[in-house]
Design a protein around this ligand. Structure first.
Ligand code: SF4
Length: 183
């Protein structure tokens, strides 16, 4: 069992402010094109919608961030494998939590970091529809968000990366809940 602790951060800002300072759809679409998941995962580009329409449709952005601090040396494996294992488990918990929030806040929609990993192999690779559309959510980068800039601006947080095969001081898991205009 991996030993780690988590610290949680959250901030809510206006979607207009977020979009003007932390969204660059062409820039992040170019990064996605270089990713092996491009066109192979339903939650990754290319999309049959314009991501700009998503940003225009919401009033607020609630950022939810987990910093995951590792304890001890872990159960082995290389740094990336450990990071994926730990983040994968926490991401699933956060996904379930935000899906519950979506039910409470009519018209809200959640986004996560990274591609959807709910299936071992995405149905898109076989030209089939998404198997779990009720749970699958797009990544926030895939619709043009600069997560590093957003975490710095709204929460004063830096993202640390694995360097030279070594785990950083903490791992970061970021998600966002987009909130509709209040009626
Ligand atoms: S739920 Fe499965 S089929 Fe749907 S996007 Fe995620 S990995 Fe692909």
């Amino acid at each position: 069992m991996e030993k780690y602790s988590t610290e949680r951060f959250s901030a809510t800002c206006s979607a207009a402010d977020f979009t003007s300072s932390c969204v660059d759809i062409p820039k992040f679409l170019a990064f996605c094109r270089d990713c092996p998941n491009y066109g192979k995962n339903w939650m990754c580009p290319p999309f049959d919608f314009d991501p700009a329409d998503i940003w225009r449709s919401y009033e607020k952005v609630r950022l939810v961030v987990l910093q995951i601090k590792l304890e001890g040396v872990g159960e082995g494996g290389n740094a990336e494998e450990r990071a994926f294992r730990i983040i994968g488990g926490e991401k699933k918990k956060l996904l379930l939590e935000l899906l519950e929030e979506e039910k409470k806040i009519k018209g809200s929609l959640s986004f996560f970091a990274g591609s959807c990993k709910l299936c071992a192999k995405c149905a898109r690779e076989d030209g089939l529809p998404c198997r779990r559309p009720e749970m699958a959510r797009h990544s926030i980068e895939s619709i043009g968000a600069d997560v590093s800039a957003a975490l710095k601006k709204y929460l004063g947080l830096e993202i640390c990366w694995i360097k030279d095969g070594k785990m950083p001081e903490y791992l970061t898991l970021a998600a966002a809940l987009l909130l509709p205009p209040e009626k």
